[in-house]
Design a protein around this ligand. Structure first.
Ligand code: TRP
Length: 349
């Protein structure tokens, strides 16, 4: 049976981007594959969460994972830091990762640009892409080596597949590179090269509501599984629109296309077709479109939201899930680490 690995950082709540980009697929494939799903609490340390909040964030994501349909009897569900073998592999792989390639990683460049913008009190777009001025910004090495830790997460279970969204493709490619590099250097087939898992469809990018691109935790443009109806409606109604197309069959601006992209995830095809036709003949009313979208999102998330609190407050259940998950994950991780250590040349006296 093929092995699947995927994780999510423990910051904030899960949003629709997480759900449609990843979680929905996690749930589907837990039946057919040997799946390892985890909460990436070590990754979340790059932004130095306050110790008082750190654990609650892990609990939140865990509860939301479970509420959305991950079944600990069907998959191995665990907390990253409960598996110290990951951190040891991270040390080994760091020796094979080049500073230059890490610096060229898109997510890293974006983080640096954001940090500079914040330090200077300007918009991200005001920081030139090739800006060299590091004054007043501290970029920690954990941020730079984020892809190495992610590669460790994947390779420690000798994963064949990783269901990831578009934004993580480059990281996955890097995990493949490290797997190859390790195997070449140590002359052994320790790590299979993990592939993206996408059900034969292109990975989807769920847009945010601000017309600025993808829905993201750090972008502050998300709709969360945990949001109540009022909040969802408010967020959707505030989405950027304009006064509507003036000519029949006008091209759609991105921020309108985004609303249709969201609709495609939660609304009935006939409803979508109606709004598309209305757009084409210029009779569309964006207020109606947004009301429909908000209602359909609420309908979709309601059953998930109802389960979240119960699970979050169930200490005994969460303890059982994480213990069992850690045990299974460590067994798999220890076996891989033993292979890697042997390949590198570690021996006991
Ligand atoms: N980097 C991923 C994200 O931001 C989270 C992640 C960490 C991950 N380790 C992973 C995803 C391993 C897949 C496999 O969403």
């Amino acid at each position: 049976m093929k092995t699947v690995v995927s994780g999510i950082r423990s910051t904030g709540h899960l949003h629709l981007g997480n759900y449609f980009g990843a979680l929905r697929n996690f749930v589907k494939i837990q039946e057919q594959f040997n799946c390892f799903y985890f909460i990436a609490d070590l990754h979340s340390l790059t932004t130095h969460p306050h110790p008082d909040d750190f654990h609650a964030s892990v609990r939140t994501i865990l509860a939301e994972y479970l509420a959305a349909g991950l079944d600990p009897e069907k998959c191995t569900l665990f907390v990253q830091s409960d598996v110290p073998e990951v951190s040891e592999l991270y040390v080994l792989l760091n020796m094979l990762a080049y500073k230059g390639e890490l610096e060229r990683t898109t997510s890293f460049k974006d983080k640096v640009r954001l940090a500079k913008a914040q330090a200077r009190g300007v918009a991200v777009s005001d920081v030139a892409e090739n800006d060299q001025n590091d004054e007043g910004v501290n970029i920690n090495a954990g941020l730079l080596t984020y892809p190495v830790l992610m590669a460790s997460d994947i390779l420690i279970h000798r994963a064949n597949y990783v269901p990831v969204g578009k934004d993580q493709m480059q990281h996955l490619e890097f995990a493949r590179t490290l797997a190859r590099r390790f195997n070449n250097m140590y002359g052994e087939e320790v790590f299979p090269e993990p592939e993206a898992f996408n059900f034969g469809q292109a990975p989807i990018k769920v847009p945010g509501l601000d017309g600025s691109g993808k829905m993201g935790k750090s972008e502050g443009n998300g709709i969360y599984l945990y949001d109540d109806e009022k909040t969802i409606t408010k967020k959707v109604m505030r989405a950027l629109t304009d006064s509507g197309p003036k000519e029949p069959n006008s091209p759609m601006p991105d921020y309108i296309q985004n609303l249709f992209t969201l609709m495609a995830l939660v609304s009935e095809p006939v409803v979508i077709d109606q709004f598309k036709a209305a757009y084409a003949d210029c009779s569309i009313r964006y207020g109606d479109l947004k009301k429909q979208l908000a209602a359909d999102i609420c309908k979709f998330t309601l059953p998930i939201r109802e389960r979240i609190d119960d699970i979050y407050n169930n200490d005994e259940f969460l303890r059982k899930v994480t213990r069992q998950g850690a045990e299974k994950a460590r067994e798999s991780a220890a076996a891989t680490l033993a292979l890697a250590r042997k390949a590198v040349g570690f021996k006991t006296f």
